[in-house]
Ligand binder design. Structure first.
Ligand code: GDP
Ligand code: ZN
Length: 463
């Protein structure tokens, strides 16, 4: 048996609150021994069971023989576990009180309460996953849309890690080649050859890093959603639009603990692109309330919005309210929706061109659904603007990764500059090696302790 040298930790791993079952998870060298102290079914011992098996039984307080709950217990032995340590998962079904009591019992019998993210941290420290994968675990927990889920799953698969490892290998190979050249100084042109090699490799590697960086904007959108405000004066059709979009693509309403205290975030998927809706409460309130606080409220929603869907009623002439909103949204990326085209036209598109570009305008009817798919295409365009929009591309979405990729790119710029200025090769090698080290930080090579603590503390308890 491998002893990891860590305590055995325990936590409730199921979601907080009331649920049909609760899970208490133990990980560490003593996980099975501790579980045996509280598990009861005749003379059966969990510590003698095979790995990856599940067992019925009771949790009993060994001090007073009191039965706490009827349970199913999963036994998983290292190394084929999430943490690469022995893991025991106790599935309780007595609700939150019983689950808490089971946790208290295992803590009393020798387990230590896990810190947030500590299971995942152990998976990392025991070499099962690298840092980008640990970060993906966190993203998965928080994923709000199908696409952000995809993104996290790919990262968990090690997609980004492989790309980074390949880049680092290329740098190492080049450095090795440079060393070989230095060992054979008898060739006259060796200096020139070495500089040429360094400059070519640097260019190629930098191109690949820049390629990854160019996905960052989309990566961020996939992860967080495009924050979108639907604005317009009363009765133009905001609620109807919202319902149409919600109806077409099912809404995902999330209430993630710790990230959005006391607020519910709403997301809609438009052709796979997540929109994070800003202030839908304002749209849903009764019309007279919206009338009263309409423009004020719009102003507030606009502060947060990256994308604005501004509705006008084309069956009525333009009003002062419309003009105010057209001006207010001037600096935003926006789509002007001329709604109610099933009714007689009172508002010419031409009269809007003083405020907006023609290609910002779309005509719709929420009644007949005309123009809706054109609107969706426009929204998707916003996401893919100028990009190919490959579904399988690796997107960089994490701020820490983006920052390090930029630093690596800068180190490579210094290599290129050194070559150009004809600096000594051993000085150039220093910058090249630094690029290799910086890329290593992305996957957690030599990650400093504070970084790990800060990263893993963002996880929920029990993960
Ligand atoms: P909001 O105040 O901007 O949220 O507007 P609503 O979505 O509540 O719509 C106000 C009224 O206009 C409702 O009676 C809707 O049924 C109607 N309406 C919305 N869109 C259309 C449309 O495209 N055509 C027609 N004829 N009526 C619409
Ligand atoms: Zn409404």
């Amino acid at each position: 048996m491998i002893t990891s040298g860590f305590d055995t930790i325990a936590a409730i791993s199921s979601a907080p609150g009331e649920g049909a079952i609760g899970i208490v998870r133990l990980s560490g060298d003593n996980a099975l021994a501790i579980a045996d102290k509280v598990y009861h079914l005749g003379k059966k011992k969990l510590s003698t069971q095979d790995s990856h098996t599940i067992h019925y039984g009771h949790i009993v307080d060994p001090e007073n023989g009191q039965e706490i709950d009827e349970v199913m217990v999963t036994v998983m032995r290292e190394p084929k576990t999430f943490t690469r340590e022995d893991i025991v998962e106790i599935n309780t079904h007595g609700g939150i009180v019983a689950t808490n009591r089971v946790l208290e019992l295992v803590l009393r019998e020798g387990a230590t309460l896990a810190e947030p993210g500590e299971f995942t941290k152990r998976a990392f420290l025991n070499g099962r996953i690298d840092l980008t994968q640990a970060e993906a675990v966190m993203d998965l927990i928080r994923a709000k849309t199908d696409r952000s889920m995809d993104l996290a799953v790919k990262q968990l698969d090690g997609n980004l890690s492989h790309l980074i490892e390949n880049l680092r290998q290329d740098i190492l190979d080049t450095l090795a080649q440079v060393e070989v050249n230095i060992d054979y100084p008898e060739y006259d042109d060796v200096e020139e050859m070495t500089l040429k090699l360094l400059s070519e490799k640097t260019k190629l590697i930098k191109e690949r890093i820049e390629g990854l960086l160019s996905t960052a904007k989309q990566g961020k959108i996939l992860r967080d959603g495009i924050s979108t405000a639907i604005v317009g004066r009363p009765n133009v059709g905001k609620s109807s639009l919202l319902n149409t979009l919600l109806h077409e693509d099912k809404a995902i309403v999330t209430d993630i603990e710790g990230t959005t205290r006391d607020t519910v975030e709403e997301y809609i998927n438009i052709r796979g692109v997540p929109l994070k809706l800003v202030d839908t409460a304002g749209i849903r309130e009764t019309e007279d309330v919206v009338e009263r606080i309409g423009v004020e409220r719009s102003k507030k929603a606009l502060e947060e919005a990256e994308l604005v869907l501004l509705l006008l009623n084309q069956a009525e002439p333009l009003t002062d309210g419309d003009r105010a909103l057209l001006e207010l949204t001037q600096d935003h990326k926006r789509i002007i929706i001329m709604n109610k085209i099933d009714l007689p036209n009172q508002l010419m598109k031409e009269s809007l061109l003083e405020w907006v570009e023609e290609d910002e305008i779309i005509a719709t009817s929420m009644t007949t659904q005309e123009g809706i798919s054109e609107l969706e295409a426009k929204i998707a365009d916003y996401f893919f603007s100028g990009q190919s929009g490959e579904r399988d591309a690796t997107y960089v979405s994490n701020a820490r990764h983006i920052d390090l990729l930029q630093k690596a790119s800068q180190a490579l710029d210094e290599v290129a500059m050194g070559v150009e200025m004809g600096m000594p090769v051993d000085l150039i090698q220093i910058d090249f090696t630094r690029a290799w080290e910086i890329l290593g930080e992305i996957i957690g090579e030599n990650a400093p302790d504070e970084l790990l603590t800060q990263l893993f503390s963002q996880f929920c308890l029990g993960k």
